[in-house]
Ligand binder design. Structure first.
Ligand SMILES: [Zn+2]
Length: 257
């Protein structure tokens, strides 16, 4: 009778699929920010542009068969591909450890957040092509997981989006420049769609504390180097911290309330 039975999936399937999903996320991360339309295309060797196959990209297979190099030109494949595959696998391991066979939706959320965080960290943008589908998926999974809480999630999506959009507009009026991006507002809206409005203060608190800690640690790390001042004056991406906040609250529940 309960709807969540339909979402059960064997953890082994998630763990085996994870590196393949990660390889696809790598294509998204590399192509979405450039506006390339062939987002659904295959990964290519950065040197000779030969299409990379599953054997080239899945780390273990690639290592055993090809020693991590392109089979066409012999150039070593960019370690970025392996890093994002390992990150996608780590997300699946974390989700399965917490939610077992109910971890399927967690993984969908976590993999999308991984791509968003990576793109924002590198390019300071959160593409609508990812945030908006993620928002709709949150409502869709919410409807399947707990239909009676769908209203909470609809309110969460609206409150998340509008509150950050309001703060961003106020900041722009006060300071004459952008503090929060529109992408941050849409990402928090997606978080509200996945978690319900009650979880939003926890997400924002987690993200804000994380961002401050991150800036503090980077300042310490760069102490005495010429880049040190830039950490405090240059805009820093907030998306990765929001993504981490949404992820932790999804798996481990709200800190507040
Ligand atoms: Zn090549």
């Amino acid at each position: 009778m309960t709807a969540d039975l339909t979402l059960e999936i064997h953890p082994a399937i998630l763990l085996i699929a994870a590196p393949f999903i990660g390889s696809f996320l790598g294509v998204l991360v590399r192509r979405l920010p450039t506006g390339e339309t062939a987002v659904w295309g295959r990964s290519r060797c950065d040197a000779c542009h030969a299409p990379l196959t599953v054997f080239d990209l899945v780390p273990l297979l690639s290592f055993l068969v090809l020693r991590w190099s392109c089979r066409h030109c012999g150039v070593r494949i960019d370690p970025f591909h392996f890093r994002i595959e390992m990150a996608a696998l780590a997300i699946a391991v974390w989700a399965v450890a917490v939610d077992g066979s109910a971890a399927g939706p967690d993984c969908v959320l976590g993999w999308a957040l991984l791509a968003l965080a990576w793109i924002d960290a590198e390019h300071m943008i959160l593409p609508d092509a990812l945030t908006l589908p993620l928002l709709l998926l949150g409502l869709g999974f919410g409807w399947l997981e707990a239909p009676d809480l769908l209203a909470d999630r609809l309110v969460g999506a609206a409150v998340g989006w509008l509150s950050f959009a309001g703060i961003a507009a106020a900041y722009r009026r006060l300071r004459g420049r952008d503090g929060l991006g529109g992408g941050d507002a849409r990402l928090l809206g997606a978080g509200g769609a996945w978690l319900g409005w009650e979880a939003l203060p926890s997400v924002v608190l987690f993200a804000a504390v994380g961002a401050l800690l991150g800036i503090g640690l980077r300042t310490l790390w760069l102490r005495g180097k010429p880049e040190a001042g830039n950490v405090l004056t240059e805009p820093q991406p907030f998306g990765p911290w929001l993504a981490l906040g949404i992820w932790v609250v999804r798996l481990h529940g709200p800190i507040l309330g």
